[in-house]
Design a protein around this ligand. Structure first.
Ligand code: UD1
Length: 329
């Protein structure tokens, strides 16, 4: 019995693979290496290089490795990019997941854990948002993921697949042991970009908008450590295997931090007063998005271990420093 991790060579997927190995699971990774890295997959794990839209390859992988559970990370994730290239997002995130789901059904897979996003909620108030909130995504990225949630729910109902949908808030940080981290060269994540500015890899950091209806005018987000997120998937897997009912859960801490606050923490941790510019709003950005985070704790028994922003920034900064020493990234 194996767990198939799509996107397992990418940022979150690579942390998931380590977590699964530590739990003694058999793991197979499917990744087209468009943004992931072969070296992020431990040598003990089979890495199938290919696309989740390649039905023959996916079905063969499911059969060859006796895959009973799929954890599906492979996706495009950059909100402004989705505004510029909506069809690319609907192809990659929605249409190709449809192919993956068809293979899951044909291959008799039992459990499916899907990486969804807080972006499905759209422009909410700064109050924490619960899973049953209205879903009105404001970006093609959010819509591509919401369409996939619906497709998964319909497929599960028709074919007896069990699922957990995890709606990620802002994922950040890196493996505290320094094995993997966010390595995409042109990543746009705030904490990563700020760490690069602190290390002099960028001349400055732009704050996109300081006229939002938030306490300091900059956007509020709920930043979650990538290792706590990987742990949430382990809890979801155990829950489904124990017969838990298919469901949707927010993955966040319920703590809203502004862009300005994050910049201040990165300056404090790095001890570098890097240059910050005030820039216009970025298309597709909601003003605030913070998780109501009790359902996942109550039902999946999830217990976050890294819910301190300074620790998240320390791990992200350590990984960014490490990346500078490598010539394969
Ligand atoms: C992130 C995720 C998205 C997830 C969403 C949930 C990424 C790439 N995207 O989007 O998958 O669905 O969280 O909330 O991780 N900012 C700046 N300057 C910068 C970079 C960012 O001011 O150089 C601001 C943005 O305008 C935004 C905040 O920082 O207000 C966070 O941006 P970012 O890290 O790109 O993540 P999201 O767009 O929130």
């Amino acid at each position: 019995m194996s767990v198939l991790v799509t996107g397992g060579a990418g940022y979150i997927g690579s942390h998931m693979v380590l977590e699964l190995l530590e739990a003694g699971e058999n793991v197979v990774v499917l990744d087209n290496l468009s943004t992931g890295f072969w070296w992020a997959v431990p040598s003990s794990v089979t890495l199938v290089k290919g696309d989740m839209g390649d039905e023959a390859l996916v079905l063969k992988t499911i059969t060859d490795h006796d895959v009973t559970s799929i954890i599906h990370f492979a996706a495009k994730i950059v909100v402004p990019e989705s505004v510029a290239d909506p069809l690319g997002y609907y192809l990659n995130n929605t249409a190709k997941t449809r192919q993956l789901l068809e293979c899951a059904v044909k291959g008799g897979v039992k459990n499916f854990i899907f990486s969804s996003t807080a972006a499905v909620y759209g422009d909410v108030s700064s109050e924490p948002v619960a899973e049953d909130n209205e879903l009105t995504p404001v970006s093609p990225y959010g819509r591509s993921k919401l369409m996939t949630e619906w497709m998964l729910q319909d497929t599960a109902f028709a074919h007896g697949l069990n699922y957990v949908i995890l709606r990620y808030f802002n994922v950040a940080g890196a493996d505290p042991k320094g094995r993997v981290g966010q390595s995409t060269p042109n990543a746009t994540h705030l904490i990563k970009v700020a760490c690069q500015a602190a290390l002099g890899d960028r001349s400055s950091l732009d704050i996109f908008g300081n006229d939002y209806p938030t306490p300091d005018g900059t956007c509020l987000r709920d930043y979650i450590h990538v290792c706590d997120l990987a742990k949430a998937h382990m809890d979801a897997l155990s829950y489904l295997r124990a017969g838990g009912k298919s469901d949707v859960f927010n993955c966040g801490y319920g703590i809203g931090l502004s862009v300005q606050e994050i910049v201040n923490v990165v300056k404090k941790v790095s001890k570098v007063d890097f240059k910050v510019n005030l820039s216009p709003r970025r298309p597709g950005d909601p003003a605030a998005i913070v998780a109501k985070a009790d359902k996942i704790r109550d039902i999946l028994g999830w217990k976050p271990e890294y819910n301190h922003v300074e620790g998240i920034v320390q791990d992200a900064f350590a990984w960014e420093k490490h990346l500078k020493t490598r010539n394969d990234v």
